[in-house]
Design a protein around this ligand. Structure first.
Ligand SMILES: [Zn+2]
Length: 271
C-alpha cells in the first residue's frame, strides 16, 4: 500500500526501502559480472535496484515462494544494462533514476519455478495452421508483464561462462519494444546509433554458421542457436553475452562492440 502511494510521487521524492548491506553483498558475490563492477557502478546499480523493486510487482507463480534475495537478483540483472545508458529519447541523464523509464511500460514480473511450455499456433503460406509447443525460460510481452523461470535465473553465474543470461535477454527485448506499434514484432534495432548495418552483417554470419553446423557438421558457433531466429533474438542473445562475458563477446563479435558501447555506454564511446 505504501509502495502504491509512493509510486504516485516523482521518483526523486519516493523513499524506497533500502536494500540491506548483507543481502546486497551476497547478490554481488553470487554474480561474477556484478562483483566485477567498480564501486561507483555498484552504488548506482544499488540505487536503481531499490527503485526498481518499489516500482515493479513480483508474483511467484505455481506456488513459487519469492524471497527478497530472488527479487533482488532479478532487479540487479535487469538494471545492469541501464548503468551507463542515455535516456529513452537519447538524451544524457543527470538523474540516474530516469533510466528506469526504459522499463516504464510494465509493472508485473511473473516468476515461474521452471520453464513454461507455451502452446503456439502459426499459419503457413498454404493457409495450414500448425500447433506446436515452445519451451520458454522467459518471455517479455510488449506493454505487458515479463515472465522468468527461476530455475534459469538461479543459474546466472554458471550461464555467464557461455554468455547467457535470461534476465538481460528479456529486459533487452523490453528496450527493443520501445517505439514499435502495438502488435508489431520488435526488430532488434532499438534507437541504436548509426552504423547498424554491422549488426545485419553479424546476424547473417551467425545464421550462416548455424546452418553450416546443422547441415555440414561444422563447429557450432558460440551462443545459443536461437539467436539465428530473427534480428530481435540476435540482439537479445548477443546483449546477454555483452554484459556477462564481455571478453569472449569482443572476440566473437568485434564489429558489435562499438555498436553496443554506443548504445549502452554512449558517454564513454566516440560519437
Ligand atoms: Zn527472446
Amino acid at each position: 500500500m505504501i509502495d502504491l502511494l509512493q509510486r504516485l510521487l516523482p521518483r526523486s521524492l519516493r523513499q524506497p526501502t533500502p536494500v540491506p548491506d548483507a543481502l546486497w553483498q551476497s547478490t554481488l558475490t553470487a554474480h561474477p559480472f556484478l562483483s566485477r563492477l567498480d564501486c561507483t557502478e555498484q552504488d548506482r546499480l544499488r540505487l536503481l535496484c531499490t527503485h526498481f523493486l518499489m516500482e515493479k510487482e513480483f508474483h511467484g507463480a505455481n506456488d513459487l515462494e519469492l524471497t527478497d534475495a530472488m527479487a533482488l537478483a532479478i532487479a540487479a540483472q535487469a538494471c545492469l544494462p541501464l548503468l551507463h545508458m542515455h535516456g529513452t529519447s537519447g538524451e544524457a541523464v543527470r538523474d540516474p533514476l530516469k533510466l528506469l523509464d526504459w522499463y516504464g511500460d510494465f509493472v508485473g514480473i511473473v516468476v515461474q519455478p521452471g520453464a513454461v511450455v507455451a502452446r503456439r499456433k502459426t499459419t503457413d503460406g498454404a493457409g495450414v495452421v500448425h500447433h506446436y509447443d515452445e519451451v520458454l525460460a522467459g518471455e517479455a510481452m510488449d506493454r505487458g508483464p515479463l515472465m522468468l523461470s527461476w530455475e534459469e535465473v538461479a543459474h546466472a553465474s554458471v550461464a555467464a561462462e557461455s554468455g547467457s543470461n535470461v534476465v538481460i535477454h528479456e529486459f533487452v527485448h523490453k528496450m527493443d519494444m520501445r517505439g514499435i506499434s502495438l502488435g508489431e514484432h520488435p526488430d532488434g534495432a532499438p534507437p541504436l546509433p548509426k552504423g547498424f548495418m554491422a549488426m545485419q552483417h553479424a546476424f547473417n554470419a551467425f545464421r550462416e554458421a548455424v546452418a553450416m553446423a546443422e547441415r555440414f557438421g561444422a563447429e557450432r558457433p558460440w551462443l545459443d542457436d536461437y539467436a539465428a531466429k530473427d534480428p530481435a533474438e540476435f540482439f537479445a542473445v548477443t546483449c546477454e553475452a555483452y554484459f556477462v562475458n564481455r571478453e569472449r563477446f569482443a572476440y566473437e563479435f568485434p564489429a558489435l562492440v562499438p555498436l553496443y558501447d554506443g548504445f549502452f555506454r554512449p558517454a564513454a564511446s566516440p560519437q
